[in-house]
Write a protein that binds this ligand. Sequence first.
Ligand code: 13P
Ligand code: SF4
Length: 303
Amino acid sequence: MVKTEEIIKEISRLKKEKRAIILAHNYQPDEVQEIADFVGDSLELSRKAAEVEANLIVFCGVHFMAETAKILSPQKKVLLPDFKAGCPMADMLSAQDVRQLKERNPSRKVVAYVNTTAEVKAEADVCCTSANAVKIVSALPDEEIIFVPDRNLGAFVAGQTGKRLIAWDGYCPVHENIRLKDIEKARKLHPGAEVWAHPECRPEVLKQADRIFSTGQMIKEAPKSPAREIIIATEIGILYRLRKENPQKSFYPACEKAICNNMKKINLRKIYECLRDEKPEIIIEQQVAEQARKAINLMVKYI
Ligand code: 13P
Ligand code: SF4
């Protein structure tokens, strides 16, 4: 049995030798976040992937995130340590579904959450993340917009912008499982705490939240906020970083069971093997990547 310290040493050696960089999402296991060069939300990670000098990127997250990184940096080799790390919400919508939505709603623009496949992005006019969805939808001149695939984020954005969104009925099973009763229970246990929720949560949960943030916004706001105790309604992997970076504050999970099993498929051994073998590699058909890049670049222009 190879020891964890040896695996970490090997990862570090291979990284230097191959001029590679390790990017990790805020929901990754603690030990993965610990060895990563950069930890962030889906938008921050895509931007980082595009700006870093490295030729090789090991993306510790789920498939659509690694795909987005590849779309933005086509000349770099992007590796995903476990190809089975997918996102059930992204799998709830196909490119064909979007084409049908467009046929049924001609001349309506399509805003696609980044939690979508490259093929779906290629059918969209503009992408958004949970950090900028309200901004993107507000910036569009249209009053009626197709919004895919997250119904909860769609409802939140519609409420914030006053626009009519034709939303797909997709959802994140992890956030969907955070219930109103979990928030009520957590509030009873920690009466002085604020509740911060990710916009993928159910509308009734968002209604009870004091703040609604993407994972990156939670990380940025935590040190600035006057709140000393915060109940976090999102995937619990983010607690590691929140606690590490704000040791004077207390963070409580709204629901201990809010675990994204796909995010947890990445581990140190898989990262080591992936760096060693330079696979599995993200490959996207050129035409799909070019079309998807237009929608992602337009998002970046709007923010
Ligand atoms: P962020 O964009 O906030 O990182 O969220 C991504 C995600 O998959 C949430 O479930
Ligand atoms: Fe997808 Fe939900 Fe996991 Fe995020 S937490 S990657 S939306 S399944």
